[in-house]
Unconditional design. Structure first.
Length: 247
């Protein structure tokens, strides 16, 4: 995963208000992303496909959230034989996804995914989660659109190293709304959102989160009267406070 850090440097963007200005960098930098799109090595691709394979078989449904130009999506389609959809908020990025190819391009945000419940077997997010303006809402959408016991794979950058601390500081100076999480923070956060999994360090500052959505019966737990439970389970009730204390 040696190219993971380089892709983050390419993701730097100026500050702005609203979705349009916040995505302004990605609008004008789309040609560069198109040029750098095929940055994944054969080993990278094999690793990612292996993480996804327990959830997505041939003919399965995979959503690449923040997938940009669709380069990784196209290669995952070839590796898995799956139907892959790229979701991205930047039209200029999606313009690089061939309209006649095997990958579908959809304009939209992680916080408001335009698909029905349980539409996908798995979701993958690479280099993008820290850019989501509302990470809680995005994770809730992941849990909604992925089938019960489906996969959620997130590739992120650990901000605790010296190099990454510098990058985080620069982003904050630029008004970057992104929020990085350490592996421990990511696991706590996802558990609070009903996505249980593990984090594993990769080469350099990168790490992966591989988790699963709740089983069918857990998603339909109701209290008396047939309504969703009104109280938070005690094991995750203090997760927001614990997550904040880790920052």
């Amino acid at each position: 995963m040696g190219t993971f850090y380089l892709s983050e440097l390419a993701h730097q963007r100026p500050s702005g208000k609203g979705v349009d200005s916040a995505m302004g960098f990605f609008n004008w930098a789309a040609p560069a992303f198109g040029w750098l799109a095929d940055r994944w090595s054969t080993d990278d691709l094999r690793e990612i496909a292996d993480w996804l394979r327990p959830y997505v078989g041939a003919g399965g449904r995979l959503l690449d959230v923040g997938g940009g130009t669709g380069a990784l999506a196209r290669r995952l389609h070839e590796a898995l034989g799956a139907d892959v959809t790229v979701l991205d908020p930047t039209p200029q990025m999606l313009a690089y996804v061939p309209s006649e190819g095997p990958v579908r391009a959809v304009l939209g945000s992680a916080e408001d995914i335009p698909f029905e419940n349980s539409s996908f077997d798995a979701i993958i997010v690479t280099d993008a989660f820290h850019h989501f303006a509302d990470q809680r809402k995005a994770a809730a959408e992941f849990a909604r659109v992925v089938r019960p016991e489906g996969g959620v794979i997130v590739l992120e950058l650990d901000p605790s190293g010296i190099v990454m601390r510098t990058i985080v500081a620069i982003e904050r100076l630029l008004g970057e709304p992104g929020t990085f999480m350490t592996p421990a923070q990511m696991c706590v956060f996802m558990a609070a959102m009903g996505i249980l999994g593990d984090c594993e360090k990769l080469r350099g500052p990168g790490y992966r989160f591989v988790g699963s959505t709740a089983p069918q019966e857990s998603q339909h737990l109701t209290d008396q009267g047939g309504q969703p439970p009104t109280s938070t389970p005690p094991e995750i009730a203090d997760v927001p406070d614990r997550l904040e204390s880790l920052r």
